[in-house]
Design a protein around this ligand. Structure first.
Ligand code: UD1
Length: 341
């Protein structure tokens, strides 16, 4: 079986991708120091796939340790998820973001070079498009005007990969721009593990519905949208995970060097209030909420044009917003109050 190093494999998208990789016949090797995850994710993952998975508990920004992993595992490709991703925290601690997100990609590329590993799938984000009124965004929409230090780390990483690939004719890189990943594995065994008060909308909705948080604050209802709240493209994490398998298969077919980029969203935008009401209708529970002020750094609307990923990778989403919100609720019930601080 083809070995794939999965940095951040104990994280939200990483863990779901490991499941899909195994189902598709790949051998994922997790590299994760669990700084933003927990042992229970690994246990859950092993329960779903009914086997133990190789894991190296190291910081993937540690070149010496990463070298040893490559030496021992001899992988043929890498999926690089490991990164910090909280927009607000990145404004307060920008150097942490520049150091962790850019530093770890830099280290990884150096180690890949030393071991002649040439195939890489990189987790980017729609955040690289910044605030745009050209919707839906295509892969050719302008990038670089990211609204936060987190966003800029993705812009810089994308640029680093383009430059590295221009200089190394053997490097084959795919950059995946995720929109808003949500939901959980339908088994209810793995899902998103927000540590502390959630920053993202869906974990906040599930915790408010479960009575863990008093109420959700909807950040603004005076945006120029159909109900005044922001629009996002919410994509089920299992659909997103499957795209990584297709990206690896697509890379393997490339004869010439590549560095290509794909949007991964559903193509449909939903407002915050639509997400709340869909959650209530799907799950038969109320979400207590109030309208609050706008959150700094939020863009009004963002949703994907997915033509390229469907035509080139053959990727299509199969799950709906309702599926994702049911799976998120099932996961919240599995999780109970355990992970709440
Ligand atoms: C942003 C980035 C995304 C990145 C993610 C990482 C953009 C367009 N998106 O997502 O690429 O991967 O951060 O965390 O830059 N909301 C509330 N109340 C809450 C929480 C959120 O109303 O308590 C609203 C927000 O204002 C926003 C929507 O819900 O309109 C989604 O917010 P969130 O889940 O935090 O994701 P983004 O900020 O869209």
């Amino acid at each position: 079986m083809e070995k794939v190093i999965v940095t951040g494999g104990a994280g939200f998208i990483g863990s779901h991708t490991c499941v899909e990789l195994l189902e598709a016949g790949f051998e994922p090797v997790i590299v994760d120091d669990l700084r933003n995850s927990e042992e229970r994710v690994l246990k859950g993952l092993e329960k779903i796939v009914s086997r133990e998975l190789p894991i190296h508990r190291i910081d993937c920004g540690d070149a010496v340790a990463l070298n040893k992993v490559f030496e021992a595992e001899k992988p043929s490709s890498v999926i690089h998820f490991a990164a910090d991703k909280a927009v607000g925290e990145s404004v307060r601690e920008p150097l942490k973001y520049y150091s962790n997100n850019i530093g770890s990609l830099f280290t990884l590329l150096r180690v890949m070079e030393q071991h002649r590993v040439k195939d890489l799938v990189f987790s980017s984000s729609c955040t690289v498009y910044g605030d745009t009124d050209q919707l839906p965004v295509t892969e050719n929409s302008p990038t670089g005007a990211a609204a936060s230090p987190y966003g800029y780390t993705k812009v810089v990483c994308e640029r680093m990969l383009r430059d590295a690939s221009a200089a190394d004719p053997l490097l084959r890189a795919v950059l995946l721009r995720y929109f808003n990943p949500i939901g959980a594995h339908p088994s209810g065994i793995i899902g998103e593990l927000p540590i502390g008060v959630p920053n993202n909308l869906i974990p906040f909705i599930t915790q408010a519905a479960a009575g863990i948080r008093e109420k959700l604050t909807v950040f603004g209802d005076d945006y120029p949208t159909r109900d005044g709240s922001c629009i996002r493209d919410y994509i089920h994490v299992v659909d997103l995970a499957k795209a990584h398998v297709l990206a690896l298969r697509w890379i393997a077919k490339q004869k010439a060097p590549v560095c290509d980029v794909f949007n991964l969203g559903t193509g449909t935008g939903n407002t915050v209030l639509e997400a709340v009401h869909t959650f209530e209708a799907e799950n038969g529970v109320k979400v207590p909420y109030v309208i609050g002020p706008r959150r700094a750094g939020d863009v009004v609307a963002m949703y994907a044009d997915t033509t390229k990923s469907s035509e080139v990778l053959g990727w299509r989403t199969e799950l709906t917003l309702g599926d994702a919100l049911r799976d998120a609720w099932r996961w919240q019930q599995t999780l109970g109050k355990a992970a709440v601080q």
